[in-house]
Design a protein around this ligand. Structure first.
Ligand code: ADP
Ligand code: MG
Length: 311
């Protein structure tokens, strides 16, 4: 008998349907929405709500910590260098651990390049701006390029084979799979010190899968759940979380104004950095920090060249 069958209202058939849809533990059910669960398991929304309520009671949904524990955890936050001094300064030293940094911008603005550079830089010793750890790369559009990693690692005279071995890449085939890969990453992080998790792109599958108007709320809720799980990963592992979001310059049907946060306000300002990227003349790129709680708004100019991200 599966774990789920201990929940009131869940028999073998319902448990099977839920498991097949990726809801294979109490936590995933605890954070689901009643309408989502009802559709997946062919049950009424009222029953679904009761199941979710029971799962919340049984699952360890986290909850309360004392202030001193939070203070200790916050003191451990680290900065990961981008490879560019001006970009690092814009971020108060680099990408911060235990927080989500969203890179958004048009196609070709440099999101994937930065993500690759972070996968290399995270392996540098702390004295050199790294976090002396491994990277997890959740790839949704087949953009990961080992050859590019080799170029970037060679620029630092690193052992390129070793660098590639410390980057754990998985391709997500759809949004559910993408979310499950965060759990897989948790397993990897039990074996090796993962200090960076990349999702490139965070929003691609969600945009493609949820198109009708009626699905907007479900989509946003799922995306919010995903962001929460990423944040949890970052906090548990003191890891940097880097997500990309391709936006067009004009407002879009799903996300509306491209400069508005995709996670809504659910992730919380303190845990979110948003960087708008755009191309400039002569191969230059401009990074703009948007509505950050502690840092001044500003811009940094950087380059993408053969060696990677540079001033
Ligand atoms: P996106 O924001 O769509 O993810 P990318 O990060 O893939 O954009 O950026 C692609 C751009 O990065 C290319 O157009 C090119 O300008 C630059 N780039 C990629 N590889 C190299 C390289 N080896 N040398 C110099 N520039 C590169
Ligand atoms: Mg890209």
């Amino acid at each position: 008998m599966s774990d789920l069958e201990n929940l009131p209202g869940v028999g073998p058939t319902t448990a099977k349907k839920l498991e097949e849809a990726g809801f294979d533990d109490l936590m995933s059910i605890a954070v689901a929405s009643p309408s989502e669960l009802a559709a997946i398991a062919d049950i009424g929304e009222g029953t679904a709500a009761k199941i979710i309520q029971a799962a919340r009671q049984k699952a360890d949904v986290g909850g309360f910590e004392t202030g001193d524990v939070i203070l200790e955890r916050m003191k451990e936050r680290k900065k990961l260098t981008t490879g560019s001094k001006s970009f690092d300064e814009l971020l108060g030293g680099g990408f911060e651990s235990q927080a989500i940094t969203e890179l958004f911008g048009e196609f070709g603005s440099g999101k994937t390049q930065i993500a690759h550079q972070l996968c290399v830089n995270v392996q540098l010793p702390v004295e050199e701006g790294g976090l002396d750890g491994h990277a997890v790369f959740i790839d949704t559009e087949n953009t990961f390029r080992p050859e590019r990693i080799i170029q970037m690692a060679s620029a630092y005279d690193m052992d390129t084979d070793e660098v590639l071995k410390k980057i754990h890449v998985a391709t997500a085939y759809n949004s559910n799979h993408q979310m499950m890969l965060v759990e897989k990453a948790m397993e990897i992080a039990k074996q090796v010190p993962v200090r960076l998790i990349v999702v490139d792109s965070l929003t691609g599958h969600f945009r493609a899968e949820y198109v009708g108007r009626g699905t907007l709320a479900d989509r946003q809720q799922k995306l919010n759940t995903h962001m929460h799980e990423l944040l949890k990963f970052g906090r548990l592992n003191n890891a940097v979380i880097c997500v990309t979001n391709q936006v067009s310059a004009k407002p879009d049907a799903f996300f509306g104004d491209p400069t508005r946060p995709i996670g809504g306000h659910i992730v919380g300002h303190t845990a979110m950095f948003r960087i708008y990227l755009r191309k400039s003349k002569g191969g230059k790129r401009i990074a703009r920090l948007i509505d950050s709680p502690h840092l001044p708004e500003g811009e940094a100019v950087f380059m993408v060249n053969e060696e990677g991200i540079r001033d």
